[in-house]
Design a protein around this ligand. Sequence first.
Ligand SMILES: Cc1cc2nc3c(=O)[nH]c(=O)nc-3n(C[C@H](O)[C@H](O)[C@H](O)COP(=O)(O)O)c2cc1C
Length: 211
Amino acid sequence: MKRIIVLLVVLAMGLSMQAQEMKVIKLNAPNKTKGEAVMKVFNQRQSVREYAAKELSQQDLSDLLWAANGVNRADGRRTAPSARNVQDVDIYVVMKEGAYLYDAKAHQLNPVAPGDHRAAIAASQDYVKTAPVCLVLVSDLSRMGNPQAEQTKLMAAVDVGIVCQNINIACAGLGLATVPRGIMNHAELAKALQLKDTQLLLMNNPVGYPK
Ligand SMILES: Cc1cc2nc3c(=O)[nH]c(=O)nc-3n(C[C@H](O)[C@H](O)[C@H](O)COP(=O)(O)O)c2cc1C
């Protein structure tokens, strides 16, 4: 018994040390003049479920996150509208080396959990594990007041849907491949991302370069 406890303590220490080893990733400034004309981009938008075996460049990741839900005005408002501007949608960025939370104000990725959590996002769909980056869209209902109300959850779903479509359109315009997904292993992912009870996991987008 004593041995098991010592083993568990060593394991826990190892995990927390790993988490401390993760560093904040300062993203490049987004390139706001990049991309194709909007009508051409709508014409190109499609779900893509095959990705090249190539990491996403820092610049593409930066541009994509800013387009998804970055700050685009001096008063802190975002590229994605949200009900009453509560800005309830958070983007978790899940990569091979770990999971991060996109901090839109600082335009950086804050460490959340080390390790590869893409399998929890993939669930029954293996192709997801080949995407170098998965964006997981979470609404924090506590920012909306009355988290249990049906209307709150509906607004959360709408807000997440808008960010998701920003991602779909941005990918189409930036030469990236993605698919909006509702499937994921909710319980496993919520645990890995250390979500609170008020945080609703709604959609995810695997992202990579087209194959
Ligand atoms: C709310 C929502 C949930 C979806 N969930 C999944 C999913 O879990 N897995 C998947 O492979 N595609 C998923 N899709 C993608 C749809 O299958 C796809 O959009 C649809 O087949 C139309 O194809 P298109 O996006 O290329 O127009 C989802 C789409 C939406 C809008």
